[in-house]
Write a protein that binds this ligand. Structure first.
Ligand code: NAP
Length: 237
């Protein structure tokens, strides 16, 4: 459906549930993919169908660490000579306590994992995009970013930060051929969620493949005029 031949895509959290689907969708559409994970062996085990070579690079690093992230950007640019698209899927949740019983470590962990990673990774790739006058940054916030809910304070706040960072970059880069958008998934149909909520109706959740489809659209020329959006992807949940 889309043709991303020649384009270079970085997928953070590429070894995660959503990241795997995004990686496969871009690779099938002709893109060269840089799969960012923490353990190289995870990518080796998962991506027999996307082997390292001319069209794929496995990159490891800690996305919360400034120098590690700068190194990731350099490795991808050295290998492929350009960076066209950044998809931030790395992220996660820690929740379950009312705010007055939440350890400061949980706050730091959530802000680092969900917001700092988007800040650092976006900051690292934007200069490469400015060089070419073209780019796409697509990040994963969450439906939970839109409203505070009991026992999810740091998570909700960290995902709200992703929306604000998206809007900021969209405003800053709109005259440079670069669009910046984010997604607000509802519950994603993952093995972890099925294990945590065995009695839920899984058919109401959104599949990683469905979200990947939205990401490819946002990365395509058809979405050139969509900038600064936070797009709900709730399925029927
Ligand atoms: N699952 C849901 O229902 C849901 C709903 C709304 C929004 N979201 C958001 O959607 C995104 C994808 O969710 P998912 O379910 O696919 O998550 P996932 O399967 O847990 O994958 C997360 C990925 O991020 C990587 N990662 C975590 N910390 C990292 C770090 N410090 N440095 C580098 N990589 C790191 C993980 O690597 P390791 O495997 O090495 O830990 C993994 O590859 C996340 O941002 C999540 O918050 C999820």
């Amino acid at each position: 459906m889309y043709d991303f031949t020649e384009q270079v895509v970085i997928i953070t959290g590429g070894t995660g549930n959503l990241g795997q689907a995004v990686t496969r969708a871009f690779h099938a559409a002709g893109a060269r993919v840089a799969i960012v994970g923490r353990e190289r062996q995870d990518a080796v085990n998962l991506f027999g169908d996307v082997p390292e070579g001319e069209t794929a690079l496995y990159v490891t690093g800690d996305l919360t660490d400034e120098s590690s992230v700068a190194d990731i950007g350099r490795q991808v640019a050295d290998k492929f000579g350009r960076i066209d698209i950044l998809v931030n899927t790395a992220g996660g949740i820690r929740a379950g306590s009312p705010l007055h019983e939440t350890a400061v470590e949980v706050w730091d962990f959530m802000m680092n994992l969900n917001a700092r990673t988007v800040f650092l990774m976006s900051r690292a790739v934007i200069p490469y995009m400015l060089e070419r006058g073209h780019g796409r940054i697509i990040s994963t916030a969450a439906r939970a970013a839109l409203k505070g809910t009991a026992k999810h304070g740091p998570y909700n706040a960290s995902k709200m930060a992703v929306i604000r960072l998206t809007e900021t970059m969209a405003a800053e880069l709109r005259h440079n051929g670069i669009t910046v958008n984010c997604l607000l998934p509802g519950t994603i149909d993952t093995p972890a969620n099925r294990a945590d909520m065995p009695n839920a109706d899984f058919a109401r959740w959104v599949s990683p493949e469905s979200i990947a489809g939205v990401i490819l659209f946002l990365a395509s020329e058809a979405a050139a005029d969509i900038n600064g959006a936070a797009i709900p992807i709730y399925g029927r949940s």
